[in-house]
Design a protein around this ligand. Structure first.
Ligand code: NAD
Length: 363
């Protein structure tokens, strides 16, 4: 029986890297019935709405989606179609492995970290009040009444919240991932020295959850110190679990440490078994239609997806093929060449061809 998986090509360079990744996944021999649907900008253009019901229903029904990047500026007043999608399916866990591959220029040498970012709460909940609005004034008054500091009238206000529920499930996700993937340590990252209640709660809950996983080491780091340590001694760390904002920033730092956005995969996983797999990078619109950008990050995302659906051997084979092509350094895109204007760089399609040739050789 083939797997039913929703395929969202995205926009900008999305359709090109999605097509390349689809071919590479299919070359592993796993039978997949793709349901190709649009959301975001392409859906706006074709159907006049960013979230067509049929597209969302497809994700809901298939429970697994592979997604290309989506440009966030829609002119609909919607903050981000990506954030909205995460909320729609309560995709609370953002998994971002950061691993070095031979042939990719990693500034600090070998690294193998996993960042687990909470995806729903914190400053990204979208609760904001603009300067000069009645709502902002009401909030300012309420804060003064509650004994808080007076906020200047010319301030915009964004609300950060962190719950016991949200913290518990993301930390549990990090430990479950560590256990399933034989990782040795989980580090909770926070700023509880300043945000004693919000980040303090995250840290307290993390410590409680850790007790259920005695075989996995647990420690915590303050986020600023964490950033410095990641640059100075990244090998001390293994799985990091962070609230939303720190997770966003630290995972890009980790992507930089393993060679940049072109090589960093990701997954958004929900409580109800729905998972949307997407690379960290955006739609890189200035390269759209040029058969230029690197599909490696989305292909590695495909590896995560294959493992998620239980096809671990196929995932391992695809990762091995990508690893071999990149280590050889011949059929790789411009960003993986020593000089970005290297005339021997191949395009998105040709990189996929090389990975597929390698998969066939391995079989
Ligand atoms: P971006 O990741 O699209 O591109 C930044 C730069 O990174 C590019 O100019 C390019 O040099 C490099 N890059 C990115 N992907 C690459 C690849 N596969 N191969 C080689 N080089 C690559 O970031 P941006 O320009 O800030 O964002 C463009 C749009 O994408 C924005 O609308 C943004 O909101 C959106 N975005 C979407 C997602 C998502 O869909 N999950 C994530 C991030 C950004």
């Amino acid at each position: 029986m083939p797997y039913d998986i929703t395929l969202i090509p995205g926009d900008g360079t999305g359709p090109e890297i999605v097509a390349a990744t689809r071919r590479a996944i299919e070359a592993t021999g796993i039978a997949i019935r793709w349901d190709v649907v649009d959301i975001g900008l392409p859906a706006m253009e074709k159907l006049g709405e960013p979230f067509p019901k049929a597209s969302l229903d497809s994700v809901r029904k298939n429970r697994v989606a592979l997604k290309g990047p989506l440009t966030t500026e829609l002119g609909t007043g919607m903050r981000s179609v990506n954030v909205a999608l995460r909320k729609e399916f309560d995709l609370y866990a953002n998994l971002r492995p950061a691993k070095t591959y031979r042939g990719v220029n990693a500034p600090l040498g070998d690294l193998d970290l996993v960042v687990v970012r909470e995806n729903i709460e914190d400053l990204y909940s979208g609760i904001e009040f603009d300067v000069g609005t009645k709502e902002a004034a009401d909030i300012r008054d309420a804060i003064v009444k509650a004994g808080g500091a007076r906020i200047r009238e010319d301030a915009a206000i964004a609300i950060k919240y962190i719950s016991d529920f949200g913290s518990r499930r993301i930390v549990k996700f990090a430990f479950d991932y560590a256990r399933a993937n034989k990782r040795r340590k989980v580090t909770a990252v926070h700023k509880s020295n300043i945000m004693k209640f919000a980040d303090g709660l995250f840290l307290k809950v993390a410590g409680e959850v850790a007790k259920d996983y005695p075989e996995i080491e647990f420690e915590d780091r303050i986020v600023d110190n964490m950033c410095m340590q990641l640059v100075q001694k990244p090998d001390l760390y293994d799985v990091l679990v962070l609230p939303n904002l720190y997770g966003d920033i630290v995972s890009d730092l980790c992507a930089g440490l393993v060679g940049g956005l072109g090589v960093a995969p990701g997954a958004n996983i929900g409580a109800n078994g729905i998972a949307v797999f997407e690379a960290i990078h955006g739609s890189a619109p200035r390269y759209a239609g040029q058969n230029k950008v690197n599909p490696m990050a989305l292909m590695l995302t495909g590896v995560l997806m294959l493992r998620h659906i239980g096809e671990r051997a196929a995932g391992d084979a695809l990762e091995a093929a990508i690893t071999a092509v990149v280590a050889e350094g011949k059929d790789v895109t411009y960003d993986l060449k020593p000089k970005r204007d290297d005339p021997t760089a191949v395009g998105t399609k040709e990189f996929a061809d090389a990975v597929i040739r390698r998969l066939k050789k391995q079989a």
